[in-house]
Design a binder for this molecule. Structure first.
Ligand code: ADP
Length: 462
């Protein structure tokens, strides 16, 4: 192995938790090395997550609109060429990789190494590359190694597809199955069920619990479920025993209470969650790992103040945009000399379940407040009365805002239906900045856009 190189910052991973910090620090004359076995930036978000799944989602949404628009004098049952949808998805991914590559070429003080990093001691990192091992002496480390699909140890699980098989470049699935069984009713399972159903696939979701999207606000979920495609069938309190490959497709054997049954389908997707990817050497450094991932404080520091853990690897809010903000918080604190000059607001990060239609939430909802014994004042708006929703014929759903009783400060909200993923951004910004019902009501939000519902709801309290 070569003599160790001395650098300022090394990031383990080159995804959302790593590269925003890397660029920010490099611009401030820090010598930065990013390490990722993919050899490209953007992590799993672009490789097999947010971006590719949203390509399929938006194409599927177009299909649902096309069908509905038949009664408005256009559209009808569209022809769907899934191979072309996948080709478009692959093109979006490829062009974003090119864009990121160009960004990297333009930047000084920053290098991306294709390899796997492991921690040797608090200031030494080894990188295993195809051309041999490299060793770095570093002043600061950002662990941003992300998360991976969790496959439970059910016999036959290896026969199932994972979200990676659907969404990675040149994916396994290029032809739509007629029937699909989804094991797991979390957001990845329900989103995929929703896209595939819109594309004409009959989907059965097998959920172990009693609610889809467990952990999310039950009022929001209750509003969403009746709006999902009728091609989706959900079975609750199901424990999968084993999966078998037969001549005519796959069989999922399950138990539901005292009943033992089997579900037959062309393909099975396992969507039982994700778990953090921990780089080697972490345990020897006594870095605490909690049940969601590496334990961090609000400054994103681990038990070693110069070692940060950002993004999915800490499991606090496993979303790309949370990782980006966390990464910048870490960068600010590195520049400040490993002190908490900036902290992460883990509460006000918007989350969208990109089903058709979507459900989105931020901050504290009524159920979460009730669990903590906190009183809230609630305001609502229904898309039935919204002009944009009427224009699209998508009047299902609505939004709810939650305020502190005395100050009427906005502390949370959720949206189900048209534009949910956009609306939650505005609601989140208002929450994060402590805006009140009076301030929301005084803002002339645009007409005829669904965002006018936010002011409408706020005005109902005044
Ligand atoms: P996040 O959004 O939390 O940053 P991502 O999935 O976007 O998560 O990025 C994590 C990246 O970390 C992935 O591209 C993965 O390949 C990379 N990675 C995982 N383990 C290591 C490791 N030991 N060394 C370097 N990179 C790693």
């Amino acid at each position: 192995m070569k003599k160790p190189e001395t650098i300022d910052v090394l990031t383990i991973g080159a995804g959302g938790g790593a590269y925003p910090a890397a660029f920010w620090l490099a611009k401030r004359a820090q010598r930065v090395v990013m390490v990722d076995p993919k050899g490209v930036m953007s992590g799993n978000c672009l490789a097999e997550g947010c971006v590719p799944s949203k390509v399929v989602r938006e194409m599927a949404r177009h299909v649902t609109r096309h069908r509905r628009f038949e009664s408005y004098g256009m559209g009808g049952e569209p022809t769907i060429d899934y191979r072309k949808i996948i080709a478009h998805k692959d093109n979006v991914q490829r062009s974003r990789y090119i864009q990121h590559g160009e960004e990297l070429v333009r930047s000084r003080n920053i290098e991306l190494i294709k390899g796997r990093a492991s921690l040797q001691d608090p200031h030494t990192v080894t990188v295993e590359t195809d051309a041999g091992d490299r060793r770095y002496t570093v002043r600061h480390i950002i662990v941003a190694s992300g998360a991976d699909v969790f496959v439970p140890s059910i016999p036959g699980a290896e026969l199932c597809l994972t979200s990676s098989d659907l969404y990675r470049l040149n994916p396994t699935v290029k032809v739509l199955p007629q029937t699909l069984t989804v094991i797991g009713g979390g957001y990845i399972g329900v989103e995929t069920a929703s896209f595939y159903a819109a594309l004409g696939v009959h989907v059965t979701v097998l959920e172990r619990g009693r609610q889809l999207l467990s952990g999310m606000d039950p009022d929001m979920v209750a509003m969403l479920v009746p709006l999902l495609d009728p091609r989706i069938r959900v079975m609750f309190e199901v424990d999968v025993d084993r999966i078998e490959q037969g001549v005519h497709g796959m069989t999922v054997h399950y138990r539901q209470g005292d009943f033992s049954g089997k579900e037959l389908s062309d393909q099975v997707l396992i969507a039982a969650g994700r778990r953090p990817v921990l780089p080697e050497g972490l345990a020897a450094l006594d870095i605490e790992v909690g049940h969601t991932g590496i334990a961090v404080n609000g400054a994103l520091q681990t038990s070693h103040p110069h070692i940060y853990a950002c993004g999915d690897v800490n499991g606090r809010v496993p979303l790309f945009h949370a990782a980006v903000r966390e990464s910048l918080v870490a960068a600010h604190n590195i520049m400040a000399g490993d002190v908490a000059a900036d902290t992460m607001d883990f509460t006000n990060v918007p989350t969208t379940v990109f089903t058709l239609p979507a459900a989105a939430y931020v901050g504290m909802t009524r159920t979460a407040a009730a669990q903590r014994g906190v009183a809230v004042v609630e305001a609502g708006y229904e898309f039935l009365e919204d002009s944009r929703a009427q224009i699209f014929g998508e009047t299902g759903g609505g939004l709810r805002l939650f305020f502190e009783p005395k100050s009427l400060r906005l502390i949370g909200g959720w949206v189900v239906g048209i534009d949910a993923g956009n609306l939650i951004g505005e609601i989140g910004l208002a929450c994060a900045n402590g805006l009140t019902a009076q301030q929301l009501a005084a803002f002339a939000d645009q007409h005829p856009m669904t965002s006018e519902g936010i002011g409408h709801a706020a005005r109902s309290l005044l």
